[in-house]
Design a protein around this ligand. Structure first.
Ligand SMILES: NC(=O)c1ccc[n+]([C@@H]2O[C@H](COP(=O)([O-])OP(=O)(O)OC[C@H]3O[C@@H](n4cnc5c(N)ncnc54)[C@H](OP(=O)(O)O)[C@@H]3O)[C@@H](O)[C@H]2O)c1
Length: 191
């Protein structure tokens, strides 16, 4: 399967506030788990740091953390991008974490990876032809309404996913739509 973006957003494409996801939905977390288990998950350094320590690395997945910083460590030595493929033999029953300097290298090493954010990484991934599908969870008002006031946060503390018109510019078309209690699962496919 080709690389897929997995994202949850509210109706205004908001995905994060002050470095955190501003809602809590067990149903959506289980959906995320089902979509990513056994795969490589590629994420930005800030998203990695936003994960609760008990959940990082995300279990049962090869965690690939993007950083330009050669000094950045997640517990093991940094694996240079040239050695990414040789250094790791993904074991879907176990969990591995590594740092990579390049989204292209990460997608090259794990062509069926799930790209799991954040905003900076999503922005690049929608432009990368190796990413052909987006699984977007549109959170429903029952989960988001009254939980946060976006206007109380300065712009630099808000994280957004590209809008439907920006996705259309990258030739994504809306596909299957599946209704769940707390979110709507929308699949976008690159044409
Ligand atoms: N709702 C959702 O589905 C969802 C999912 C994930 C995250 N989020 C939210 O998104 C927000 C974080 O997003 P963000 O945009 O601030 O940060 P981010 O995308 O998680 O991380 C950005 C960092 O990743 C590294 N990076 C990005 N592209 C790279 C590349 N091509 N090569 C090498 N390194 C690269 C850089 O790290 P260095 O600075 O170390 O070089 C960059 O500063 C948080 O609020 C989080 O909660 C939401």
């Amino acid at each position: 399967m080709p690389a897929t973006i997995v994202v949850a957003c509210d109706t205004r494409e908001l995905i994060g506030l002050r470095g955190r996801v501003p809602w809590d939905s067990r149903e959506e977390r289980l959906h995320f788990r089902a979509l990513t288990l056994g795969k490589a998950v590629i994420m930005g350094r800030k998203t990695w740091q936003s994960l609760p320590k008990a959940f990082r690395p995300l279990p049962g997945r090869t965690n690939v953390v993007l950083s330009h910083n050669r000094e950045f460590r997640i517990g093991g030595p940094m694996v240079p991008q040239d050695h990414l493929r040789d250094a790791l033999h993904p074991d879907v029953s176990g969990t591995t974490a590594l740092v990579c300097e390049s989204l292209t290298a990460a997608l090259g090493a794990y062509p069926d990876a799930a790209v799991i954010g954040g905003a900076d990484v999503y922005e690049q991934a929608v432009r990368d032809p190796a990413v052909t599908t987006i699984r977007m969870s549109f959170m429903k008002p029952c989960v988001t309404a009254g939980k946060y006031d976006v206007t109380a946060f300065p712009l630099e503390e808000r994280a957004y996913f590209p809008s439907p018109s920006a996705l259309a510019e990258q030739c994504f078309r809306r596909g299957r739509i599946e209704n769940h209690s707390e979110f709507t699962d929308v699949t976008w496919v690159r044409q």
